[in-house]
Design a protein around this ligand. Structure first.
Ligand SMILES: [Zn+2]
Ligand SMILES: [Zn+2]
Length: 182
């Protein structure tokens, strides 16, 4: 473990960097030099904070990962990594939320289009029925005029008659039809 200038004994303030002596990390998060460890009542009470000592470990590579992290030489790196992780996850979350909102908007638009198409179908159906009715009437009229009662259609002259028929948007329009008149 790299020696750092701030690590010192919490009791006698001996610096780790200055002396080649052993230091210990206590479970109460205090640090003691080897000399001050004799004041822990056989490793049970911390002389700095008076807390019970559950565990103490020599400051070395043998410490657990959780203990080592406390002595990390560049803790700012944690913030840097955490910041990158946060931004990365946030960007992906925002992408997902955006896609969901766009899909909802598309669904609303599709509903509107479906309603418009349905309206067009109804209008077209109505116009078709009107035209069919008009054709039927026209055929009836032609049949009647071509075969007058008691006469022959062959000798009846051809005339042009104007007939009103349903047009677009409810406005009737006049068309010319050829009929035989007596
Ligand atoms: Zn000490
Ligand atoms: Zn302590």
């Amino acid at each position: 473990m790299a020696t750092q200038r701030w690590i010192h004994c919490g009791l006698c303030f001996q610096l780790v960097a200055k002396k080649d002596i052993k230091f210990y990390h206590l479970s109460c998060l205090d640090v003691l030099c080897r000399a001050c460890m004799v004041k822990t009542n056989r490793g049970t009470v911390c002389p700095v904070c008076n807390a019970s000592i559950r565990k103490f470990t020599e400051l070395s590579e043998c410490m657990s990962q959780r203990e080592k992290v406390l002595y990390h030489p560049a803790p700012n790196e944690f913030y840097h990594i955490a910041c990158q992780t946060l931004l990365f996850q946030q960007r992906h979350r925002q992408g997902l939320v955006k896609a969901i909102l766009e899909a909802r908007h598309s669904l609303r638009r599709l509903d509107q289009l479906e309603a418009q198409i349905h309206q067009k179908v109804v209008e077209t159906q109505r116009r078709y029925e009107n035209l069919r009715s008009f054709r039927r009437n026209l055929q009836d009229n032609m049949r009647k005029t071509m075969m007058p009662a008691g006469g022959s259609s062959a000798c009846t002259p051809l005339r042009i008659r104007k007939v009103r028929r349903p047009g677009t948007q409810g406005h009737p329009m006049e068309v010319c039809v050829f009929v035989y008149v007596a």
